[in-house]
Design a binder for this molecule. Structure first.
Ligand code: PNW
Length: 477
């Protein structure tokens, strides 16, 4: 509770950016319109048994047709930025990069232009999990080196077509989640799980190289004229030692190396963390000298997605699957006294631990040369209930407390000296929550799935709006 006190806009520097975030497959819908090709998520979610409520993103919250209304609402609430992603298969329907689908370009041009017209800066992610399906089926997806070049081609078209107006680029969203959920556990597209000791490390490797290739294109061909910045988005839970035992403290370091160092070490130091090499041997791919050079300093900023924290204990028989088995550790949610690390949200992985964010931010600053950081996602969810009335969702006091706590933690980290440039709440509105379908609601804005996808700002959206207009939280009532 200590940092949940009186957070105010004045605790943040003048140029600090506040925004809301979404991703293409989760909000756009129109998955087969205007020449868009299928992505691995289109195919995955159409397959029975993969999505909890049997749903998919075919309509999602229909932002493709309602972008104007959505942009107006973002502006009205007072946010200065919108983080969204571009659907690769809208630009190159088969991913091969032969022929640009102009209708896809038109959509993002409209979105970007309307954002700018309303005074909102676009923060654009090139890849938020929706790989063109053909690249998976015929090229091997993230297990294939070839995808690196296709990604660079796609990125180049985005820079060329949108870079005159987009000044903040993110290459890839959470390569960790794709590697583990997509290629080890198989609960995300493309749903692979047969080779969990090898494939996740290949899938991560080529995502890292794809990131570096896209940044190289930006810096060589566009940066000088367009003057934007480009980074990678990683996700990281805070890892707190379960006990004072030396073994648990070392397990914490291992955990952070396997979650964050996996991606940031190559970028800041040119290679994977030593502990990953020790434990994975030849299952961990090697970077060539040329690749190491390309990787080093290949970000202008680090994007951090952060939701929750875990207690970490050394464990020789880990129960959470192969990824944790090689790390020999366990993630625990109860202190030894039995109390939860924090209150649980709706998702079974999401516990509310504001101080964890301050610690992750300080950890990144210390370990990776104090880079500029954006918190690119932070938020919590509510459980969908068939019987609930809208008002139960609209008075989301728990989410208000969540934001107060986590924003307070960001403000603390700024006072600690961490170079944080902005904060994006996940999510602008309720949307397709991947394998959970529409059973989880992360939005600041409620979407009525039973009545024409109407949007209703929740209390958290109104609280944020007051916060952004500089009123202290106590003036609110
Ligand atoms: C993020 N974890 O993924 C994604 O970027 C979003 O698209 C997604 O909707 C959001 O979080 C909520 O799930 C994560 O287990 C999923 O720590 C799980 C974790 C972290 C990030």
């Amino acid at each position: 509770k200590a940092d949940a006190g009186e957070v105010s806009r004045n605790d943040f520097p003048a140029g600090f950016v506040f925004g809301v975030a979404t991703s293409a497959y989760q909000v756009e819908g129109a998955t087969n319109e205007d020449g868009k090709g299928d992505s691995i998520w289109d195919v995955f979610s159409r397959t029975k048994g993969n999505i909890k409520d049997g749903s998919n993103g075919d309509i999602a919250v229909d932002q493709y047709h309602r972008y104007k209304e959505d942009v107006e609402l973002i502006a009205k609430l007072g946010f200065g930025a919108y983080r969204f992603s571009i659907s690769w298969s809208r630009i190159f329907p088969d991913g091969f990069g032969n022929k640009v689908n102009e209708k896809g370009i038109v959509y993002y041009n409209h979105l970007i232009d309307y954002l700018l017209k309303k005074g909102i800066q676009p923060y654009v992610t090139l890849y938020h999990w929706d790989l063109p399906y053909t690249l998976h089926e015929f090229v091997g997806g993230w297990l294939s080196e070839k995808v690196v070049e296709y990604f660079a081609l796609y990125a180049e078209v985005c820079f060329a077509r949108f870079g005159d107006r987009v000044k903040h680029w993110m290459t890839i969203n959470e390569p960790l989640q794709t590697a583990i959920n997509g290629y080890s556990i198989g609960i995300f597209a493309p749903g692979r799980h047969d080779n969990p000791y090898k494939e996740p490390y290949l899938a991560a490797h080529y995502q890292i190289l794809a990131h570096a290739a896209a940044v190289d294109v930006y810096r060589k061909k566009f940066k000088a004229t367009q003057g934007g910045e480009i980074g990678l988005v990683v996700d990281c839970e805070w890892a707190e030692a379960f006990s004072d035992k030396e073994q648990d403290k070392i397990a914490v370091e291992r955990r952070l190396d396997f979650q964050l160092g996996w991606f940031l070490d190559p970028i800041f130091y040119g290679d994977y963390p030593a502990v990953m090499r020790e434990r994975l041997g030849d299952h961990l791919p090697q970077f060539t000298q040329r690749e190491k050079k390309l990787l080093r300093n290949s970000v202008d900023f680090v994007g951090l997605n952060h939701y929750t924290s875990r207690l970490i204990a050394h464990a020789t028989c880990a129960t959470e699957g192969p990824f944790y088995e090689v790390q020999e550790l366990e993630r625990i949610v109860n202190w030894q006294g039995g109390d939860l690390i924090g209150e649980r949200a709706a998702s079974d992985w999401l516990y509310i631990v504001p101080w964890g964010l301050r610690k992750v931010l300080n950890y990144i600053a210390q370990k990776y040369k104090n880079p500029p950081i954006y918190v690119t996602e932070n938020g919590m969810d509510d459980e969908e209930k068939e019987t609930a009335i809208i008002n139960e969702f609209l008075s989301d006091e728990k989410r208000v407390e969540y934001f107060k706590g986590y924003l307070g933690a960001v403000a603390q980290a700024i006072r600690d000296g961490v170079d944080i440039r902005g904060y994006f709440a996940w999510s602008f509105l309720d949307n397709f929550e991947w394998a959970q379908g529409y059973t989880k609601r992360f939005g600041l804005v409620y979407v009525d799935y039973k009545d024409g996808l109407k949007r209703y700002p929740k209390s958290s959206a109104l609280w944020f709006s007051h916060f952004l207009k500089g009123k202290s939280v106590h003036e609110e009532n």
